[in-house]
Structures are given as structure tokens and as C-alpha cells.
Design a binder for this molecule. Sequence first.
Ligand code: T46
Length: 133
Amino acid sequence: MNIEIISLPKIEERRGNLSVIEGNTIPFDIKRVYYLYDVPSGAERGGHAHKNLKQFLVALSGSFDVVLKNATEEKIITLNKPYEGLLINPGIWREIRNFSSGSVCLAVVSEVYEEDDYIRDFDAFMQYVNGKL
Ligand code: T46
């Protein structure tokens, strides 16, 4: 599956830690940043794939599970470190669940917001990926 866990630099000091995402950390030019927060217990986000958008997710605080599916595989990645992120390339279905209380999911992405880039129906997603096999 075309995903990758990428470690971020972690600068540790007695006054706290600092991590950074910059141009050469992730393999795309950053066009947009958004974040999920105040997610109620039991809620799920995602439930879609992107046609072109590349995405880098980081658990800035707390933890959550990212369920990933392509035509043949399913994987569950738990994100729980602010100095590590998950790169999700296009054509992968994602669902985000099991948000811990107070968690924050940062998304750094390669495209501006465009609803046409989303595939929000799982059957349509399977047809899309099978057509690409
Ligand atoms: C993803 C996961 C991790 C905007 O107006 N602008 C934006 O940049 C975004 C991301 C969303 N929206 C609007 C569209 C919807 O009316 O915000 C509403 C919620 O968006 P969505 O249902 O897509 O939210 P999630 O959490 O299911 O998905 C979002 C991202 O859309 C998606 O790329 O992978 O976070």
C-alpha cells in the first residue's frame, strides 16, 4: 500500500520539545493545512479517498487510528506521536476513528480544497481503483 510513516525532527529541551515539517520532510509542496479537534467520543472522520491529493497526518495531541484500504489490502495505523506522521498517497480509502479525548489530527496536504477530488462512496472507490489496476 502506498503509504509511509515519516519521522519528524524532534528538538528536545528542558523547556519542551519542538518538531518541524518543512519542504524536504515530506515529498510534496504544501498547499493547505487543516486540523480536526474536539472530536466527540466514538465519532469517525474521513470515509473517503482522494484522486490527486497527497496527505500527511500527525497526531499533534492524543491518538487515533487510521484505517486504510486499497483494492487488495486493509491496514490500521495508530498515530500517537507528535514527532511522527503518516503519508497517504492518492487512491487510498481512509477512515479515522478511536480518537482519544482531546486529540488533535493535523493534516498537511498537497492541494487546495476541491470537492471533485473526493470519492466519498466506497463502491465508487472500488470501481475507481479496479479500473486503475
Ligand atoms: C481527510 C480527513 C483527514 C472545507 O470547507 N475546507 C477544507 O479544507 C476541508 C478539509 C473541509 N471543508 C469542509 C467540507 C465539509 O463541509 O468541511 C466539512 C467537513 O469536511 P470532511 O467531511 O471532508 O471532513 P473529514 O474529517 O471527513 O475529512 C477531512 C478532509 O476533508 C480529508 O481530506 O482526509 O479530514
